[in-house]
Structure formats: structure tokens, C-alpha cells
Design a protein. Structure first.
Length: 642
């Protein structure tokens, strides 16, 4: 059991937590949530003994083994699998001792090393390390690559694998799903649900928290409160707690007013002095329940596109991949720039037929390394099609958020500097007003971004995209580093966006809210996926570990109707209907009903029938509107049924 007794924690001059008294029992899987700056990472540092509490104590079992994810990975020459295996220090030492004993031909030492490995179940350690690497998306042929050959995001995955390899009673994971694809997130969920120790995990992925955690620890305004259940349970319980708190506050305020009125009226009268004093004592003893303070909700928006043509972009029988010489940012997964520069020409996707029209909202699904980012880069035009054709409307304006977009922000500059580069002739006040809408108000527009958190940099990158007023958003993992409130605000803004959206994201809550159809990328094929995210997770689990043929992949997937070359023509069931599309359908029906009423009102005017030509025109208009209305009502009914 982990106990916090009168615990307080300070970072610099700021008091993060105070008067914390709670206990976490063995086997609890706890999601640690709260706004950025609430003290989540500092709490982890205190548990690991890296910082001392300002007051109070943390009681941990005396021999508790703690594992956590390292924040940095050195450029090591060690093979990836050896780096992961070193997480189990005892097994790694025994393996090294065995190798050294063999090299020295010291057979007594070899026997001792064998015995030690048997005690530690060390002979299957390499297999366990390989399974961790595979689950986190590393192909088998990368397990022997040096750690230094991997890019930053993949080294983060190596750190996660190493932490999972470490024998532990308490596992601390700080944003473990950042830099993971959806299939790796699904695998990690299953692994954590089987973890026998106590788990504390910081995450802004509500679906991940709901699927993994048994309890939620909420840090808010210096307090910590433990709730039973996952994130959705926490939200429901907290809303009820706040409701009851507000009721208690209002009841207390009414009683205060009643007591004060009696005191003011009768305290000067001798005959009522005793009763007045009694009420004064009662008033002094009232608890002083605080009113619920409404938290400021985050709100962002993508401005209306300058132009919105119907057909925006399409790929026709396109092969997508990487030419002989590529830059590191476009390299195949798990490669660094030095490795990418030596890559041979590679076709990742074959015969892609993919079209985008205004209003499309497509979520891309697929196993790690299947080519989702390759498809997005081909749509952007960053990668040239190796065969086939890419057609773009002359008025196409793309807003592209890539996994490396945040790193492209210029150090030493401010949000206003970045925005001024896009609009050098626009007045500062107008630019500051725009930044204020993206939560960079006042002097924050003049702060150097070097001090910004990862979430603030991601928000600035999205703001710069929005300022260009695109009609097509291509978003590749836009939620890394964004907190829960910002993710909700982004989902709302994307739902109101008039243009088309293609999204790759491991955040199932976001992609489920925004997307109204899914396309799956796997085995070199891009095709509609006739199922929801739960069915996709089941399909992922059904895939053989070493890969599968196209026929077996189709057998494992949910049944679907015949495909079309355009996403909007696919007869795939929708996981969720996008509110924006539903609102547009309802508005169209209302508009046609109004036009029909106007037309029929004109036809009731006797004066109209003096002009036979006008009567005929009104009749034709009435028939046309009725036909359009019938079609619009059919579309709306289909959305309601879905």
C-alpha cells in the first residue's frame, strides 16, 4: 500500500499540492489526471525520491521495486533488444556474466551463471524483450539495430519497452501513449491490464484511461482526490459531487441570510437578546461551504475556408512510397536520418484510389508501419506518386499537421513572430486577437516559445494552420502533448469545420467524434473499413504476430459492402455520425420546406392565375422543390437511423 499523510509538495515558489491524505492499495491501476501544471509529474518525482515533500510523508513498502519511463535515451551503439533487456538488471547482469565466462573459458563461472539465469527465469528474457518490442511496433528486423539509429519518437518507445521489462511492484508511466500508433496503444492496454503490481499512469487519452484504470486520482487547485473507476466514472462522480456542493452552498447561504436577518432585527431588544445570541453562535458554526467555481472552458475554432470547391483532391491508381534518396522526416518508420538517406526505392501502397470532397471526415486506421503517414504525405504532395495520378483542385488549400510539425517551430521567437511571417501586412492587434482565440492572450503572444510546454507548442502549430484558412485538414497525430480539455476543444472545432478532414490518431475518443467514416491501410492496400473502433481493435488482435495475407486479413475483418473508389460513396456503417454533417442535413431540409411554403403561398394568390406562364413556372418550381425535399429527407432519415 502507498500512503500519503498530510503530504504537501512545492516546486520553487509554487505550492502544487497540500494536505493530501489518501491510500493506494496493491493492484490498483490509477489514472492521474488534472490540468497541465497541477503537479502530476512532480508527484511521480516525489514517489521516485527525486524531490522531497514540502511537508508530510509518503509511505512505500520497504522493498518496493519501482519502474518508470526514462525521459531521455542516449545515442547508444547497443542493439535495441539488448537495451530493452537491460531493464531487467539482474537478468542482464547474469547474461553478461555468462558471456564473459564463456569468453574466458571459466567453466565454473559458466555453471554459476547458468544457475543464476535459471533462478531468474532468464532464458526466456530475450523472448520477452522481443515480444515487448513487437507489441510496441518494432518489426523483427529492427530488434538488432543500434539504439542510435532510431529517431526520437521510436527511442521513446524503446524507453517504454525497457520500463515494462523492469521487474516492479510499482509502475509509473507518464504519457506512455505519446508517439504510439493506435495498434500499439491497444496492445499496451492489454499488457497493463495483466500487470500484477500497482500502476500509476498520467495520460490525456480518456479511452486509454477507461480501458486500463480501476481508479482515478484528480489533482486540482492543490488538492488530490481519489475516485473509483476510470475517467468516465470520475467525470460522472465529480459532476455529482459539484452539484451537491453547490446545493449545500446555496442552502447554507439561505440559512445565513435568515439568521443574520433575525440577529439584525432583535439583537437590541432585551426580550430577544438570548435568542439573538443563540443564532449568532449558530451562524459562527456554519461550515462555510464554498460555491462551485465554473472553470473557463477552452474554445478554439478553424475559420471558414476562403474557397470550398466540392471536389478537393483525389488519387487514381496511385503507388505511394519513398524514392531512392529521401529526407529523414519522410523515412520509413523506425529509421533515423542517417539510415533513411541510404534507403532504396520502396513502394508502400499500391493502386490507391482515394477521393476527398468538402465535408468528408475520414479516420485512417492501420497497423504500425502499414503506410498511414505515407498516404497522408502523398495527399499533401510531400511525396510524389511513384505511379498513377494525384489530382488537386486549383483552389485546394491544405492545412497539414505532421508528427514533426511542433519541432519545426523556430526557437527564440514568439507566437506573434510566427504569425507575422504568415501575414506581414496585417496589423499587430488583429494578429493578437487571433492568438487570443487560441489561448495566447495578452502578453503571452510576446513570450518566447522556448519556455512553452509541448501542449502549448502543439496548440500554436494548430493556430498557424488555422490562420491560413485551409479547406482540407490533414492531421497526423495532432493530439500528442495536448491535455484533455484541449483535446475536447479540438474535437469541437473540427466538428464545426466546413472543409474535409483526414486524420491519423491514437486518441480513439477524438477520432471517433470527428470521423464519420474509416479507411484501413494494411498490406499495401487502402480500403474502407466497415466497422467501428471496437471492431478495429478486435481485428488487430486477430492478426497473426508475423503478418498475414490479404485474404486472411479480409476474412478477419467485419463484413462490408462492395467498395467504391471514393470515400463518400462507400456503404460502410458509420462508427458515429458527425454533428456537423447532421446539422447541415437538418438545415437543408428546413430551407427546402421554407421555399416550398413560399411557393405554395404564391399559388394561393388568385392574382397569379391571370398569368398562365407564371402559373406553369410555379408548378414546375413546386415539383422540383418537392423532389429535392424528398431526397433531403431521405438523407436526413439515413443519418438518424445510423
Amino acid at each position: 500500500m502507498i500512503s500519503f499523510r498530510n503530504f504537501a509538495l512545492r516546486r520553487g515558489e509554487r505550492l502544487l499540492l497540500s494536505d493530501v491524505d489518501l491510500a493506494l492499495h496493491a493492484g490498483h491501476r490509477v489514472g492521474v489526471v488534472g490540468r497541465n501544471g497541477a503537479g502530476k509529474s512532480s508527484l511521480f518525482a516525489a514517489l521516485m525520491g527525486e524531490i522531497e515533500p514540502d511537508k508530510g510523508d509518503i509511505d512505500l513498502p520497504g522493498k518496493a521495486r519501482i519502474a518508470s519511463v526514462a525521459q531521455e535515451t542516449p545515442h547508444l551503439p547497443d542493439p535495441a533488444i539488448d537495451f530493452v533487456l537491460s531493464g531487467d538488471a539482474a537478468v542482464h547482469a547474469a547474461v553478461q556474466a555468462e558471456a564473459n565466462a564463456f569468453a574466458a573459458e571459466d567453466w565454473e563461472a559458466v555453471a554459476e551463471a547458468h544457475h543464476r539465469l535459471e533462478e531468474l527465469n532468464g532464458y526466456d528474457a530475450s523472448a520477452r524483450a522481443g515480444k515487448l518490442l513487437h507489441g510496441l511496433g518494432f518489426p523483427a528486423d529492427t530488434h538488432a539495430k543500434p539504439v542510435s539509429d532510431f529517431s526520437g519518437g521510436w527511442r521513446v518507445r524503446l524507453n517504454v519497452a525497457r520500463a515494462l521489462m523492469t521487474p516492479s511492484d510499482l509502475l509509473l508511466l507518464d504519457e506512455p501513449t505519446n508517439h504510439l500508433d493506435l495498434d500499439a496503444v491497444v496492445w499496451l492496454e492489454e499488457w497493463l491490464k495483466r500487470y500484477p503490481g500497482t500502476l500509476l499512469v498520467i495520460s490525456h487519452d480518456r479511452e486509454f484511461l477507461d480501458n486500463v484504470t480501476t481508479h482515478t486520482l484528480h489533482l486540482h487547485e492543490g488538492r488530490a482526490k481519489l475516485y473509483a473507476g476510470g475517467y468516465t466514472d470520475f467525470e460522472r462522480q465529480r459532476a455529482e459531487h459539484l452539484r451537491l456542493q453547490q446545493i449545500a452552498h446555496e442552502k447554507e447561504q439561505a440559512e445565513r441570510a435568515h439568521l443574520q436577518k433575525f440577529i439584525d432585527r432583535f439583537k437590541a431588544k432585551a426580550s430577544k437578546a438570548k435568542q439573538a445570541q443563540s443564532r449568532m453562535k449558530r451562524l459562527a458554526k456554519l461550515a462555510g461551504t464554498e460555491a462551485v467555481r465554473a472553470e473557463r472552458a477552452l474554445h478554439i475554432d478553424f475559420p471558414e475556408p476562403l474557397r470550398l470547391p466540392t471536389s478537393l483532391l483525389s488519387l487514381h491508381d496511385a503507388d505511394a512510397g519513398y524514392p531512392a534518396v529521401v529526407v529523414g522526416a519522410s523515412a520509413p518508420p523506425a529509421m533515423s536520418e542517417s539510415v533513411a538517406a541510404k534507403a532504396a526505392p520502396t513502394v508502400i501502397l499500391h493502386g490507391v484510389n482515394f477521393g476527398l470532397e468538402a465535408g468528408d471526415r475520414i479516420g485512417l486506421l492501420g497497423p504500425n508501419g502499414a503506410g498511414k503517414s505515407t498516404l497522408v504525405k502523398t495527399l499533401v504532395g510531400e511525396l510524389v506518386t511513384m505511379a498513377g495520378e494525384r489530382k488537386a483542385h486549383p483552389d485546394l488549400r491544405i492545412g497539414y499537421f505532421a508528427q514533426h510539425t511542433v519541432e519545426s517551430l523556430v526557437a527564440g521567437t514568439t507566437p506573434l513572430d510566427h504569425l507575422r511571417k504568415l501575414a506581414p501586412d496585417v496589423q499587430n492587434q488583429e494578429l493578437r486577437d487571433f492568438l487570443g482565440k487560441w489561448q495566447f492572450p495578452g502578453d503571452r503572444a510576446f513570450e518566447v516559445i522556448d519556455t512553452f510546454s509541448g501542449g502549448e507548442k502543439a496548440r500554436l502549430a494548430l493556430a498557424l494552420i488555422a490562420y491560413r484558412r485551409p479547406n482540407l485538414l490533414l492531421l497526423d497525430e495532432p493530439t500528442n502533448h495536448l491535455d484533455l480539455d484541449m483535446r475536447e476543444a479540438l474535437a469541437e472545432a473540427l466538428s464545426d469545420f466546413d472543409g474535409a478532414i483526414v486524420m491519423v490518431s491514437h486518441d480513439r475518443h477524438l477520432i471517433g467524434l470527428v470521423s464519420d467514416q474509416f479507411w484501413r491501410v494494411h498490406d499495401g492496400v487502402v480500403e474502407p473499413f466497415a466497422g467501428d473502433l471496437d471492431e478495429y481493435a478486435a481485428w488487430l488482435r486477430s492478426r497473426p504476430a508475423t503478418g498475414e495475407s490479404k485474404s486472411s486479413a479480409k476474412d478477419a475483418s467485419p463484413k462490408r459492402e462492395p467498395e467504391s473508389s471514393k470515400p463518400q460513396a462507400a456503404a460502410a456503417p458509420k462508427a458515429k455520425i458527425n454533428p456537423h454533417k447532421l446539422q447541415k442535413a437538418e438545415a437543408r431540409v428546413a430551407r427546402l420546406e421554407e421555399k416550398l411554403a413560399e411557393c405554395e403561398a404564391q399559388m394561393t394568390d388568385p392574382a397569379v392565375y391571370a398569368d398562365a406562364g407564371r402559373v406553369a413556372d410555379l408548378g414546375r418550381t413546386q415539383m422540383q422543390i418537392r423532389s429535392e425535399l424528398e431526397e433531403a429527407e431521405g438523407e436526413l432519415l439515413a443519418l438518424y437511423e445510423a
